[in-house]
Design a protein around this ligand. Sequence first.
Ligand code: TEU
Length: 559
Amino acid sequence: ATQTKWWQKAVVYQIYPRSFQDSTGNGIGDLKGIESRLDYLKQLGVDVLWLNPIYQSPNHDNGYDISDYEAINPEFGTMADFQSLLKDAHDHGLKIVMDLVVNHTSNEHSWFIESRSSKDNPKRDYYIWRDPVDGQAPNNWGSFFSGPAWQLDEATGQYYLHLFVTEQPDLNWANPAVRDEVYQMMNRWIDLGIDGFRMDVISLISKPSGLPNGPVPAGAHYSNVNQAVANGPHVHEYLQEMRNQVLNRADLMTVGEASGVDITNAKEYANLNGQELNMVFQFEHVELDFNPDPALGKWDNRPLPLVKLKANLSKWQDQLYGRAWNSLFWMNHDQPRVVSRFGNDSPAYRVRSAKMLATVLHMLQGTPYIYQGEELGMTNAENLGWDDFDDIEILNARKFLVDLDHLLTADQLLDYVHYKGRDNARTPMQWSASANAGFTTGTPWLKLNANYSEINVDQALGDPDSVFYHYQKLIKLRHDLPIVTTGRYHLLDPDDNQVYAYQRIGSHEGLFVVANFTAETVERYYDCPNKSDLLLSNYADDRHGTLRPYEAKIYHYQK
Ligand code: TEU
């Protein structure tokens, strides 16, 4: 058996710096704010902090459009503030993983400014430029955020490729000079002492040769760029090169955000042989509830049948076992609040169902990620309306899907945005019941969720039955019991659409996890060994054979 690596036992906490804690009163969270909350994170018990991008950026996509990889966005502080945060985190025993966004830069990055200046500029080939075809864009690809993936640049009469918004031109990874620049930049961050990288859309860096047209769904104007580009011909070659030139220099944690990755691909990216990345974020389980119309994609509000969710999570548990490593997440800054999506955010069941979801995820094999506020059971923000949204994905959906293409009415889209929109996760962290939830003394950059006077850190820390303490216990279980890291997964009753039950099996012991995903009381009997101890539950007592609304239990047994 291979030795357990530190990142296989670790629990990661994701911080969206803009929305975590403001220390200056300008309404935007910052590095000093994060530093002031390290004791809270330590109390929760996590091991690693992943920071969303904090680099210089004109913020067309909230920091995912980077204009200088080695400068801190002044909104967030200075390089000295970052170094202070890193040191203080390390003193707390917390590691820091940085977001690495190298599929694209900002259009204000000096590389792009040079590149666009003329066809013979030495940096022209840092990006992907093509001549028009019949006076139109070079192919039919659509951007991830609606609209075309090509932008005509008047200066030279050529188009440049942008898989995301117009202000995010794609880097040309086929150019060795680009790869070299990226590796050198990464090495300088490693020299500063960071502990790893979360690599944004790393599955998209190698474009298919010839940039071929793709199929256009009925009613749409563009083909799906994710299908066309994900897992391109050289992506594994590039990552192995990065492994050799950068990642092997330190004992880092690496997680690739890998949209469009299936099990077969994941076994390459995240193989335990350590040639590429430690793990990937794959998105199958958060795309099962998509609209069947590919022109609409995530924009829908249908509930997800539990059997489908179980089948998908189980497939990943079974098929990566012993070969590659899973990341475990319910949500992030691109996903809605999980208690509102897969749980029940009504006052009667919010706390219970948030704990149930946490139990199910944290007892799986892999490295769990907690997104800020998830540990409080924070909910979707129904109180935001069209005048409040900031997210470019939401605003572009309104522009293209509603106003231009009439695929949806504005009211339909608003329903879908309240269910799935990214701003649900981005409203400020709720620290207390005081003004602006203690997030800022100024005007918050994004409206707060209206429920902050009931749902906040002060409340959670003062209530022994809060969601917070349940997460704290789950994290401790992972740290204390090796079987949480190593046990083999076994799904029970795959066709049960109300209850999720599974085992984690070791050579002398096992875990049994059972969770009721409904607001009904149900009867279920399982052959659990007699001498099993209840480790954790979200109810005060244990009733054999009965699962109350959203009840979730973990038993430990000796074989
Ligand atoms: O997201 C990549 C990605 O696949 C998104 O398009 C995702 O599918 C979408 O946000 C779901 O609604 C990453 C970052 O996480 C995201 O915040 C950035 O906007 C994007 O890359 C571009 O850098």
